[in-house]
Each structure stands twice: as structure tokens, then as C-alpha cells.
Design a protein around this ligand. Structure first.
Ligand code: AMP
Ligand code: GLY
Length: 429
């Protein structure tokens, strides 16, 4: 397959998008790179364009103006809003390729009810669940009486990673169900709520790229979701990641491929869902058996910052092959060592925090990379501009070496408002 050099647009502004930009900029098919809206880190790789990614008409104008040949969508929101369907419906964009699932495919993340039905139909191992709304809330209360704790309550729609609540006490579970369904705790996202069986095990995230027929598996990762050391405190977008994960052995991966990856792709294909993009499945390993906790229709953040630097292939080429339906011809290679990512957040995140603090001494070296998330330029200075601000990825032939390289970067970066977890990866040594 021959691909001409092209201008490429990455949509998003987080550490995931800085990493995708860093990788795609190295592609032999990439001419100019644009990032919408990007961050201070992505300005080194291409041109940031300050537009709202959900304003599809404006994105279209940009794509035409900058002669963009490929669009890679980082976050879920534009996908759930149908950016891929929009692009495919515009005759002026018929020569522009866009990587990501259709609006229907994005429902695998956008609606937990849709995604559960998909798993049930396609016999993909997952927790049993039932979905309730304000009209049958009484049945929801009775269902809680029938099952045993812990009670897992999930808002159906996108709730910025906050829509899952796990409770031991039945009274609290009923109160929470009421909060979600009647008092609209998560707005529209909790118009329906799933009550789900609790899965007791160890979590791991898997990633693959699919064209709806074939797939390319990326390395697995473990994510550290809570704000505090020892997995204490509130949930965040993710405070660190490790790849590979040693408890994921060959036997477990065989089950993952057969029962999860292949059944997911068979489902996408037999249900005629237009899906060319990343799939990120959050799994629970329950006594050696993999179960899907959730699908995401994008890469993980910060998992991308640990996983993508391990990929030796040209990522833009894999994406272009995928969009041509030729993913079956791709064979991938990964660095054998470990990579670990430690997130630097603003003090106070995920609750109240300040922005606008100066950050300095941010450098890559041969054993580590620093990816930006919530950063921007103020004159010549880089300042913090969000909750999760930087990601320090370290590499090593052992996990401890990778961890050491991550934390060396963490210490070098000068920023008075810096918060980070001190235990990333250390539970796995
Ligand atoms: P989600 O937003 O679906 O990834 O859920 C957030 C977190 O809640 C997951 O990472 C798990 O730690 C936990 N969780 C979700 N569903 C279950 C379940 N059925 N059993 C146990 N833990 C769960
Ligand atoms: N780190 C979890 C996520 O990206 O959803």
C-alpha cells in the first residue's frame, strides 16, 4: 500500500493527544501536523488550532483550509456526538480520512446500557446487570434487595469518569439510586442507571485497533485511578500507568483474544456497525477469567503515554491501513522493556485547584519523555492550565528501572503546585 505524505490533524488537548502527536509526527507519511486545540507540548510538533472539536462545521473548514488528509480523534466526546458520520456525509470531505468509530459504534462508550446489551448479545463475559429509569425505580429498589453487596450503580451516559458508584450498604445504595434517577445527580447521563453484579478481581486495560474485520493488539496496561497513594481518595482521570503488566500471562491473553477481542469484532461486524478505531476495554481478572467492565472507544489517558512509546511501528501507517480495511496485513513490534507513567497534577485536583502557575525544567532524555496535558504558554513561560498537567514516562529493562526513570523526571520538573502519587508501579514489583 502506498500512502502519499499528508497533513494530519489530531483532535484533543490531553497527554494522550500529545503522545499521539509525538508518535504520528515521526511517521514517514506525516507532512504538517495540526492539533485541535492541543497544549504547550504539542506546539513543538505542529500547529495548535484553537477551535471547539464539537463544532463540526468549523472543523470541516479547518480541514479544507489546511489541506488535511487524515484526522485522528483522541477523546470520546466528538465521537459520541457523531464527528465520523458528519465527515462521511460531507461531499467536500470525501478524500479526507477520519479515524474513529461512527456515532453508533461510539455508543459502546456513550451508553453503558447499549454496551451491556451488545456484550450480552455477543456472549462477551461481563457482570450481570439490569437497567432502570425513573418510571421503574421501585423495581430497582427490589432488585437491590435481591442481590448481595457490594452494590454497583452506573449512570448510563458519559459522566466524566464519575458515573460509577460502589456501596456496601443497601440503604445508601437505594438513596444513591434515587439521587441518580430522580434528582438527576449526573444530569441526562443518569436518566437510566445500571445496577450491576460486583466483580472481585484485579483490573487491567487492553487496547486494540480494529477495522471491523481484523485487529492489531497493543500492549496492556494498568491504570492508577485514585488520587492518593495506596489507591485512597476520590477517582481521577488516572494518576499513572504501567505497561506491560506481569500478571497478564499467555493463558490469560488467549482467553482475552478469544472471548473478548474476537467476539467484540464479530459483534461489530455482524451488527454492521461502522467502526474503524481504537477499542480500550477495561477488564477484571476474576480468578484467571477476563470480564469486561467497560468499553471505551478511544485510547486511555494516561495509558497511552505508557503504551504508545512501546510501539515500534509507524502508527499513522497502521491507522491508514486500518482505514483501507487492510489491518490484517499489519504485523506489530513492541519494545520488550517496561514503561511507567507518573502524572503531575495541580495541588487540590480532582477538586479545587489553581491554574496559571509557572513550570520549568521540562526535558526529555534517553530514558524518559515528558508529555503535556493541562499546559499553555504565557509569553515564553509554560504555565499550568488544568488538573492533570504533565505525564512523566520512564523506560527500563526492568519495572524498577522504568519507575526510577519516571520519578527522576518528576523530581527535576520545577513547579510549586506539583502533586503526584509516589507509588506508581511499586505494587507490581
Ligand atoms: P468504569 O467507569 O465503568 O470504568 O468504572 C469505574 C471503576 O469502577 C472501574 O475501574 C472499577 O474499578 C469499578 N467497577 C466498575 N464496574 C464494576 C463491577 N461490576 N465490579 C467491580 N468493580 C467495578
Ligand atoms: N485512564 C482511564 C481512561 O482513560 O478512561
Amino acid at each position: 500500500m502506498i500512502f502519499l505524505d499528508m497533513n494530519i490533524l489530531i483532535i484533543g488537548s490531553g497527554g494522550r493527544e500529545h503522545t499521539l502527536s509525538w508518535k504520528i509526527k515521526q511517521s514517514r507519511h506525516c507532512d504538517q501536523l495540526f492539533i485541535l486545540p492541543g497544549n504547550a507540548g504539542t506546539t513543538k510538533l505542529g500547529e495548535n488550532v484553537n477551535l471547539n472539536p464539537n463544532d463540526f462545521e468549523k472543523v470541516k473548514d479547518l480541514v479544507i483550509e489546511k489541506n488535511i488528509g487524515l484526522v485522528v480523534v483522541g477523546p470520546e466526546e466528538p465521537l459520541v456526538n457523531g464527528i465520523v458520520d458528519f465527515f462521511e456525509s460531507q461531499s467536500e470531505l470525501k478524500n479526507v480520512k477520519i479515524f474513529g468509530p461512527s456515532k453508533e459504534g461510539a455508543q459502546l462508550e456513550g451508553s453503558k446500557d447499549f454496551s451491556k446489551d451488545f456484550m450480552f448479545r455477543n456472549k462477551i463475559p461481563c457482570a450481570n446487570s439490569k437497567t432502570f429509569n425513573s418510571e421503574n425505580i421501585e423495581e430497582g429498589f427490589s432488585f437491590l434487595e435481591e442481590i448481595s453487596p457490594p452494590y454497583v450503580l452506573k449512570a448510563d451516559g458519559l459522566a466524566a469518569g464519575k458515573g460509577v458508584i460502589i456501596l456496601d450498604n443497601i440503604k445508601e445504595a437505594k438513596r444513591e439510586l434515587n439521587e441518580m434517577l430522580i434528582n438527576k445527580k449526573f444530569g441526562e447521563a443518569s436518566r437510566s442507571v445500571l445496577i450491576e453484579e460486583f466483580l472481585d478481581g484485579i483490573e487491567v486495560s487492553i487496547f486494540f485497533i480494529t477495522d471491523g474485520k481484523g485487529y492489531v493488539l497493543l500492549p496492556e496496561a494498568k491504570d492508577y485511578k485514585r488520587i492518593g497513594d495506596g489507591d485512597k481518595g476520590p477517582n481521577t482521570g488516572g494518576m499513572g500507568a504501567v505497561s506491560p503488566v506481569d500478571f497478564v500471562d499467555e493463558e490469560f491473553m488467549k482467553k482475552v483474544k478469544k472471548n473478548i477481542v474476537e467476539r467484540t469484532i464479530n459483534g461489530i461486524s455482524s451488527e454492521k456497525i461502522n467502526y474503524k478505531g481504537f477499542v480500550f476495554a477495561g477488564l477484571m481478572n476474576v480468578n484467571g477469567e477476563p470480564y469486561v467492565i467497560e468499553y471505551n472507544v478511544r485510547m486511555g489517558d494516561p495509558e497511552t503515554q505508557a503504551v504508545i512509546p512501546r510501539l515500534k511501528n509507524d502508527l499513522a501507517e497502521i491507522i491508514l491501513m486500518c482505514l483501507d480495511g487492510d489491518l490484517g496485513k499489519v504485523s506489530t513490534k513492541f519494545n520488550k522493556g517496561y514503561s511507567t507513567t507518573v502524572i503531575l497534577a495541580s495541588n487540590g485536583y480532582p477538586e479545587n485547584y489553581n491554574k496559571g502557575k509557572k513550570i520549568s525544567n521540562i526535558y526529555d532524555d534517553k530514558n524518559s519523555l515528558v508529555f503535556h496535558a493541562g499546559t499553555k504558554f504565557e509569553g515564553e513561560d509554560i504555565i499550568s492550565d488544568g488538573g492533570r498537567v504533565l505525564a512523566c514516562t520512564g523506560f527500563g529493562s526492568s519495572l524498577s528501572e522504568a519507575i526510577e526513570n519516571s520519578y527522576r523526571k518528576v523530581d527535576e520538573i520545577l513547579w510549586t503546585d506539583k502533586y503526584f502519587r509516589k507509588d506508581i508501579g511499586k505494587d507490581l514489583i
